[in-house]
Design a protein around this ligand. Structure first.
Ligand code: C5P
Length: 249
């Protein structure tokens, strides 16, 4: 296997992001507690945010956690930029927008969030673009009117996001090499969900890779949900992944 590209500017504890895909603040709190001292970065997505809202995000931030707010904003430029500034006010470490929301939406978001953070002395969150959902294959993409295949669309959207000043993209590990050659910025962050060990079910993910292989192929951050949340011993499952990551860094 190839050596990891391993951007040294990214701390080891930012590499594994555990997706808190649970139904309540209470359940999220239990998971965070179970992973205390092992995991620092957590993803709050649509389910948990809809159930528990920004209070939970602020609590996690105050507890020293790095929060990836995965709400995949996709709306007109003004609406997305305003929502993004609210995310920055909550102190999130990373959030995302759909690259298919277009150039104006992404540029306006980067501009407004940067301005807010500069005038408030806050760290600017990493702004990441969703390219094509990892639950999509070519047939799904075709059905929604995407020209060509998934990989071409991922490349097109990654280039667009980079040219709008975004910090990186969410993409399948299968597309890592192609994105690295399409985007010249060596620090462009690639966040990869769809991570599975070989002996596991893929659930609804159709473009998957193992943790070590994803890192070796150039992933910066792995987002992992069900392989940890669904394990009888969540801490042991997360520790197994952390060990595999450390071996590849
Ligand atoms: O449970 P699993 O490991 O498949 O979780 C992956 C997480 O990453 C989910 O929270 C999902 O919403 C998210 N995600 C994804 N594909 C994307 C962007 C985010 O699977 N393109």
């Amino acid at each position: 296997m190839k050596a990891a590209r391993a951007d040294k500017r990214i701390a080891v504890d930012e590499r594994l992001i555990v997706a808190l895909d649970v139904e309540s603040a209470e359940k999220a709190g239990e998971t965070v507690k179970e992973l205390e001292g092992l995991i620092t970065a957590f993803k709050v997505g649509l389910q948990l945010y809809t159930a528990a809202g920004p209070d939970l995000v602020r609590e996690l931030v105050e507890a020293g956690k790095k929060v990836f707010l995965d709400l995949k904003f996709h709306d007109i430029p003004n609406t997305v930029a305003r929502a993004a500034v609210e995310a920055a006010k909550c102190g999130v470490w990373m959030f995302n927008v759909h690259a298919s929301g277009g150039r104006e939406m992404m540029k306006r978001t980067v501009g407004d969030v940067t301005e807010f953070c500069l005038s408030n002395g806050a760290d600017r969150p990493h702004i990441i673009a969703v390219t094509v959902l990892t639950s999509f294959n070519d047939a799904d993409a075709d059905e929604t009117g995407v020209r060509g295949n998934v990989s071409g669309q991922v490349e097109r959207l990654a280039r667009l996001a980079s040219s709008c000043g975004l910090d990186g993209v969410v993409a399948s590990a299968v597309e890592l090499e192609m994105i690295r050659s399409a985007v010249s910025d060596p620090h462009f962050r690639i966040v990869t969900p769809g991570i599975r060990f070989k002996d596991e079910t893929n659930d609804d993910q159709k473009r998957v890779m193992t943790p070590g292989a994803a890192l070796a192929a150039g992933s910066d951050h792995l987002v992992i949900g069900r392989p940890i949340l669904g394990a009888a011993d969540k801490r042991a499952a997360a520790a197994k992944i952390v060990d595999e990551l450390k071996r590849h860094l």
